[in-house]
Design a protein around this ligand. Sequence first.
Ligand code: NAD
Length: 511
Amino acid sequence: MTDSSTQANGLQNPAHVPDGLPASIRHYIDGEFVDSIDGDTFDVLDPVTNQTYVTAAAGKKADVVRAVASARRAFVDGPWPRMLPRERSRVLHSIADIVESRDARLAELESFDSGLPITQALGQARRAAENFRFFADLIVAQSDDAFKVPGRQLNYVNRTPIGVAGLITPWNTPFMLESWKLGPALATGNTVVLKPAEFTPLSASLWAGIFEEVGLPSGVFNLVNGLGEEAGDALVKHPDVPLISFTGESSTGQLIFGNAAPYLKGLSMELGGKSPAVVFADADLGAAIDATIFGVFSLNGERCTAGSRILVERPVYDEFVERYAAQAKRVRVGYPHDESTEVGALVHPEHFAKVMGYVELGKTEGRLVAGGGRPEGFDTGNFIAPTVFADVKADARIFQEEIFGPVVAITPFDTDEEALALANGVKYGLAAYVWTNDLKRAHTFAQAIEAGMVWLNSNNVRDLRTPFGGVKASGLGHEGGYRSIDFYTHQQAVHITLGPTPNPTFGKQRS
Ligand code: NAD
């Protein structure tokens, strides 16, 4: 690393550049690193300086066609789909071992490329390892149904991998989100083409080396970098890709849904969110404030399950807003590689401009009580101070629209009914957080919220066995635990007759 000395203002020098960055980022197809067929590339910026630090191959339809052909060959002729679950499980455990053993390096690269605080990038690298380990365990524990009709029939489920899975991922926590798809897709014996987000291609380029080290057969994993409208689009429209697992914005999900329709593909869609955190007056206010600060400012607020709308019951509203704003002002914005940083740099200047637009809009839609622009001492780079708006009305755009940055709207309510109407009054339905010590209210409220996942008196702590997915504009289908296995496999029903064949005889010879 270079230049990470402390400056006069006490902050670490922003010009931290990890050692050993690649000279360029290439595709990985059929076991080889390759450039785009037309030689095209795109620039990749680091979010602290917004300078181009590397160029990446810009994949087009022809590159996707090549990658899918490789994945298809590996599926049709290769050993991977035919290996015993235990054999694939061993490979996945080895991947997890390597990711774990290189967590610090992965975190350093991810933090540099995405602007995520280094400590949080480290947590995400470990989670990526855990995703592989989890699916390695699950695939050997997997059992399938068999049904007996006594004396007459036996029916069983013949579970098989589907083919080439197209995996399209976003730029927030890129490595971890890729593992979330790669783990189950590979565990079940599919082959894959991964199209990572164009803002953050660095960590995705590391998978190829890791997979080679553990002996994943060539062609099982293929990577095509490039823009969504080009490489992503070609993957969605390729007839030999029967599955698309997509994580990204709801509007992109809608487009992909339409583009995949003529091919009747299997789709799993993890989309945007505008999740409510509902704080009742009887809640443990200290715990609720800690959790809701973490819930929207961790991962720079670039988190699909961020609790970006906080609804607070009137008797504790003023106290909550005052304490929340005071604590938000203490959240430490810093350079991504600095271990004391709690909020780093947003991923890209385009995204920074979008979030800043919402910060300015918020000043006309709510009462600014913390943040509101660049933090002091950060005149360049994609830094935004944790920003809190109080008294935000339900029809405000900052209440309705996903901002995906360190910006939160706080709104008071008087009754449970009003809280529920506010919570459900947006197009999204990904996560919800409820804070109350009243057991009956907690469960009644949780079950009435339109959200794929609800946490009671907790921030977002996920058990990998539980379903993950959103309702309304937040997604289609569920992944997580056995549901991911279901998405990536066919379940063929095989029926066998026992005893006499129970045929009705048509065309019977009449005597
Ligand atoms: P995005 O939709 O812009 O891009 C996601 C991916 O789709 C990228 O790889 C992009 O290149 C690709 N893409 C874009 N257009 C495409 C097209 N026409 N065809 C095929 N692929 C295309 O999303 P983003 O800005 O990268 O990520 C942020 C969004 O992701 C937020 O809305 C966030 O809530 C969501 N997200 C959801 C979850 C979840 O699990 N629900 C998790 C993380 C992020």
